[in-house]
Design a protein around this ligand. Structure first.
Ligand SMILES: NC(=O)c1ccc[n+]([C@@H]2O[C@H](COP(=O)([O-])OP(=O)(O)OC[C@H]3O[C@@H](n4cnc5c(N)ncnc54)[C@H](OP(=O)(O)O)[C@@H]3O)[C@@H](O)[C@H]2O)c1
Length: 305
């Protein structure tokens, strides 16, 4: 456990409503959001599986003279989750804003993703997020205020080929969050979904790694013609079409948090907005053709898509 810029104590910040706990801050959206919120005067507990990955955030917070504490948290572990809330209680006196950001994309053709990898995907992206909400809510209800921000994805609204399991986990986050928002509104708690499109982070690299256990089978896989180019693209580190920075996503999250009447969903990137409206307005048959085209999936025997 480490902390930086400890300029305030639990005793003198117990009255504020700006105490943030955020998961998955080693890189990407989590790291950018933790720093931005601390910079804007929030009291932040930034967490990651390995505490040493949070050192750069501590240094940045020190430089900005912002309040940011760090502690390790593997969201899949019950003891680890409880310890993180205990830490936030000790350092800040509670959590007013929970940001469930930790997550990754388990990729691969639906037919070939091993069940244990699909279960692990749901454990991190869905069950852990649910458990974090359950730990945060009693304190928020007791105080009659609080915000939960769940980082979903545009693929929680529109499922893309080779990402069925990841999409399913984010659809589950969407379903859970829509019910939660209505359930806890009477207690003064607001629940917000963030739906990023492509954001420049470690996400594609981790997605490529997630396919590695399937690679020996991919050699003979009927999906190889489509899976291989996608894998190569993720591995290459080249920017994806329409990609935006983690900082842009952090700004949307910060805006949603500061809005006294936040929307239920915030779309991040023009690509996310395009896919969101395509999903809403296009018939399934047209949408499927569009997605096959985008992902270069040729129908058997067809000369075009
Ligand atoms: N980047 C995109 O294009 C994009 C688009 C839509 C949605 N999202 C969502 O945005 C969120 C953040 O992803 P990102 O783009 O910032 O990717 P990232 O750079 O790969 O960061 C993911 C973060 O999640 C953490 N994490 C993974 N499993 C964890 C666990 N069991 N316990 C605690 N932390 C864990 C990672 O920690 P380690 O360093 O320890 O692995 C890392 O800090 C994810 O929920 C993702 O699904 C991303």
């Amino acid at each position: 456990m480490a902390f930086s810029s400890e300029v305030r104590t639990a005793a003198n910040i117990a009255v504020v409503s700006d105490r943030v706990l955020i998961t998955g801050c080693s890189t990407g959206i989590g790291a950018a959001t933790a720093v931005l919120l601390a910079q804007r005067g929030k009291y932040v507990v930034a967490t990651a599986r390995h505490a040493e990955t949070l050192r750069p955030l501590e240094e940045e917070a020190r430089r900005l003279r912002a309040t940011l504490f760090t502690t390790s948290l593997d969201v899949t572990g019950d003891a680890s989750r409880r310890a993180a809330f205990h830490f936030a209680e000790e350092k800040l006196g509670g959590v007013d804003i929970l940001i469930n950001n930790a997550g990754y994309g388990q990729m691969g053709p639906v037919e070939e993703v091993p069940l244990e990898l699909a279960r692990a995907q749901f454990e991190t992206n869905f069950f852990s997020l649910l458990a974090m909400c359950q730990l945060a809510l009693p304190g928020m209800r007791a105080r009659g205020r609080g915000k939960i921000v769940n980082i979903s994805s545009i693929v929680g609204k529109i499922s893309l080929p080779m990402g069925g399991v990841y999409s399913a986990s984010k659809f589950a986050v969407e379903g859970l969050t829509d019910a939660l928002r209505i359930e806890v509104a009477p207690f003064g708690i607001q629940v917000i979904l963030i739906l990023p499109g492509p954001i420049r982070t470690q996400f594609p690299r981790t997605a490529a790694l997630s396919v590695e256990p399937m690679l020996p089978n991919l050699e003979d896989s009927p999906y190889r013609p489509w899976a291989e180019p996608m894998l190569a693209k993720w591995k290459s580190g080249k920017p994806r079409a329409g990609e935006q920075s983690a900082g842009i996503c952090a700004q949307v999250i910060a805006r949603a948090i500061d809005d006294p009447q936040p929307r239920a969903r915030y779309l991040v990137t023009p690509r996310a907005r395009f896919l969101y409206w395509a999903q809403k307005l296009l018939p399934d048959s047209t949408k499927d053709v569009l997605l096959r085209k985008l992902h270069h999936l040729r129908m058997k025997g067809a000369t075009n898509l």
